[in-house]
Design a binder for this molecule. Structure first.
Ligand SMILES: [Zn+2]
Length: 341
């Protein structure tokens, strides 16, 4: 029989005036393959800010109309709703130029989906984001994760970056997106089962072997990740960062900082090679048994040059996790198409 399975979540946050806003997130399972698609019709209303990156302007302290520039945080950024244990609040870490703010996504595509603005300045070059800012961002993420865990239990955590519109970012001001899920994302599960098959056959973790043995594509060791370019990349210029074999909640503050420093350093390396727009992600195991087979894994890819009036429809979720995010309801589309048929 055909099984049309959908999970529906009502996700609440508060706007800056304190009014509750609701989004409906549908996760539909493809009846044949089980592959998931995420629908939030409100995402069509997302604001777009992309002027400075297209003109190749230098990074600026502030640009007009950008909701992520620090001058506007108080009047533009969402606050948490009642469920994540931080009602009416957001999380701020750091001071001055390096201050970051973490808040719920106004247009989420997961039940728990937050944004971290990487400093108040409108930095359209990755090299303008300081090491301290990366560290503050990762500390804010860690704080959020601890609060979420206390309020709702443990989740898989995915730390992501869409940088500039060709990567799927609707706002060019640098920001990260964190998705927390009770189930593994589709492609993460696929990688874990492939890693299990490899380990059964060869008696060793694929990722450990890759980091230690692939000398031809090895880039370097950081304090947290070992970086290796992918042999068969899923998009242009893919690099893996093979991290530590433990769940996110078992990391101490020094490890979180080391992770942030390595992540930021790799971004700068990509910029030096001539790429401006990027996608990046870090996925973490949740259980000890998963961690032994597949450690924390970062992935980085380069995207095309920014163009006027264009935001790509493929961001971190589609590229790294093979779950599509759309804002069109299939039933409404069918109704419209039927009229023209
Ligand atoms: Zn801005």
């Amino acid at each position: 029989m055909l099984a049309f399975i959908k999970e529906i979540y009502e996700v609440e946050s508060k706007n800056p005036e304190g009014k509750v806003e609701k989004n409906v997130v549908e996760i539909r399972h493809d009846p044949l393959t089980g592959r998931k698609t995420r629908i939030n019709v409100n995402r069509a209303k997302r604001p777009h800010v992309s002027g400075a990156s297209i003109k190749k302007s230098e990074s600026k302290k502030e640009i007009k109309g950008c909701i992520f520039c620090k001058e506007r945080w108080e009047e533009t950024l969402q606050r948490f709703g009642e469920r994540e244990g931080m009602e009416g609040q957001w999380i701020k870490v750091g001071k001055g130029k390096n201050e970051v703010v973490l808040f719920p996504n106004k247009f989420p595509f997961a039940r728990r989906h937050v944004v971290v603005v990487l400093g108040g300045d409108h930095a359209v070059k990755l090299s303008k984001i300081s090491e301290k800012t990366w560290v503050n961002a990762f500390l804010a993420i860690s704080q959020y994760y601890q609060k979420l865990t206390r309020a709702e239990g443990k989740h898989y955590i995915y730390i992501n970056l869409n940088f500039l519109p060709p990567s799927g970012a609707s706002i060019e001001h640098p920001h990260m997106q964190i998705v927390c899920e009770q189930n593994m994302l589709y492609a993460h599960e696929f990688l874990l089962s492939a890693s299990r098959r490899f380990e059964r056959k060869h008696g060793m973790s694929y990722w450990k072997m890759l980091a230690e043995k692939d000398k031809e594509r090895f880039v370097g060791d950081g304090n947290y990740f070992s970086f290796v370019c992918a042999f068969a990349p899923i998009a242009n210029a893919e690099t893996y960062g093979v991290g530590v074999a433990k769940p996110f909640h078992e990391h101490d503050e020094d490890e979180i900082k080391a992770m942030a420093v390595d992540f930021g350093k790799m971004m700068k390396c990509y910029e030096k090679t001539g790429f401006r727009s990027m996608n990046a992600t870090i996925m973490f195991p949740l259980k000890g048994s998963e961690a032994e087979t597949m450690p924390a894994l970062a992935r980085f890819i380069a995207r095309p040059e920014p163009k006027e009036g264009y935001t790509a429809d493929r961001g971190f979720m589609e590229i790294f996790y093979d779950e599509a995010v759309v804002h069109t309801l299939p039933e409404e589309l069918a109704e419209t198409l039927r009229k023209f048929w």
